[in-house]
Ligand binder design. Structure first.
Ligand code: DOR
Ligand code: ZN
Length: 355
């Protein structure tokens, strides 16, 4: 049995770090395992300009544990009014790496999202020309579409037309959750890729209703049927360079999730690499783990791969239920209260002990 896994240092291509006290509490877990991460811009108010991204980056750097070499890669939140010149200059000066498209009302803090794709055609044309990647939350939000069909309908009615209309645009379908998504990305033109979360590889929609309503399994896109989970596992572990790691770690205080209208999002950062390693081991694909975690993402984004390595060891580790926030609040950790088999042996900061 494999006892250690050593791979080139990985990156997380989809992270919600939040702000303020939450940022301070959750950032060490990401920084302990990943060299770089693409930072989602859905703050309140959202990060809509390069100047706002600069300021957010400063707050992230200030919240990092001492000695950390973690690099946040900033993004802009697309609105109907996004300025193409700001996007292009932000990208060309290295201050942002991508723009995120949330259809309006698709998920947490998406009320400023794009109301009609036609409105953003000029900015998409500018991004295509300048090589700026577009990151997409791929769900339609029309109320008549069943929540479990939102991704598949989005792919057919929005993503495919967009990909065809802008044939040079670099596109990431974030947190793909369906076999339709896997098939689409696998067969799409060049420069179309997808991230896959650990949780969508680990549970299916039954987990949300196991013996009662389970808010800590509720995220968006919502987990789908088992056949979709199996398609995701196959894609992630296939070695296909179009699929790579993006945890979508999305912390919310317990009170915000355990509520009559609970927030979507799972705090997966503390167990992210352990969960992915478990999946690759179960699929007999540990030889493909490095490509998924450390090589395919940089290749899609045209960035260098990281120097150095990270080692996971087979050492059972009890996962803490919660991470504490000031004022007595807490964030529940995905798989908290369970034991995971893999532990990061040589991460960068004190958070390694819990990562
Ligand atoms: O479950 C989710 N939570 N999905 C998203 O797309 C956003 C995220 C959040 O920010 O909480
Ligand atoms: Zn997300």
């Amino acid at each position: 049995m494999t006892e250690t896994i050593t791979i080139r240092r990985p990156d997380d291509w989809h992270v919600h770090l939040r702000d303020g006290a939450m940022l301070k509490a959750v950032l060490p877990f990401t920084a302990a395992q990943f060299s770089r991460a693409i930072i989602m811009p859905n703050l309140v108010p959202p990060v809509t300009t390069t100047a706002m991204a600069d300021a957010y980056r400063e707050r992230i750097m200030a919240a990092l544990p001492a000695g950390s070499r973690f690099q946040p890669l900033m993004t802009l939140y697309m609105t109907d009014d996004t300025d193409p010149a700001d996007v292009v200059s932000g990208y060309e000066s290295g201050r942002i790496v991508a723009v995120k498209l949330y259809p309006q009302h698709a998920t947490t803090n998406s009320h400023f999202g794009v109301t009609d794709i036609e409105k953003i055609h000029p900015v998409l044309a500018a991004m295509e020309k300048a090589g700026v990647p577009l990151l997409i939350h791929g769900e339609v939000t029309r109320p008549e579409v069943d929540i479990f069909d939102r991704e598949a309908v989005f792919i057919e009615t929005v993503l495919d037309p967009l990909v065809r209309r802008f044939p040079g645009l670099k596109v990431t379908l974030e947190h793909v959750t369906t076999k339709e998504g896997v098939e689409y990305v696998t067969g799409a033109r060049e420069r179309v890729a997808a991230t896959i979360t650990p949780h969508h590889l680990i549970f299916n929609r039954n987990a949300i209703f196991q013996g009662g309503i389970r808010p800590h399994y509720y995220c968006l896109p919502i987990a789908k049927r088992e056949e979709h989970r199996l398609a995701l596992r196959k894609a992630a572990t296939s070695g296909n360079p179009r699929f790579f790691l993006g945890t979508d770690t999305a912390p919310h205080a317990r009170a915000a999730k355990e509520a009559a209208c609970g927030c979507a999002g799972l705090f997966v950062a503390p167990v992210a690499l352990a969960c992915y390693a478990q999946v690759f081991e179960e699929e007999g694909a540990l030889d493909k783990f490095e490509a998924f975690a450390s090589l395919n993402g940089p290749r899609h984004y045209g960035l260098p791969v990281n120097e150095g390595t990270i080692t996971l060891v087979r050492r059972p580790r009890a996962v803490a239920e919660d991470v504490s926030l000031p004022a007595g609040e807490a964030v529940h950790v995905f798989r908290g209260g369970e034991t995971v088999s893999w532990t990061v042996a040589d991460a960068d900061s004190a958070a390694a002990a819990v990562a």
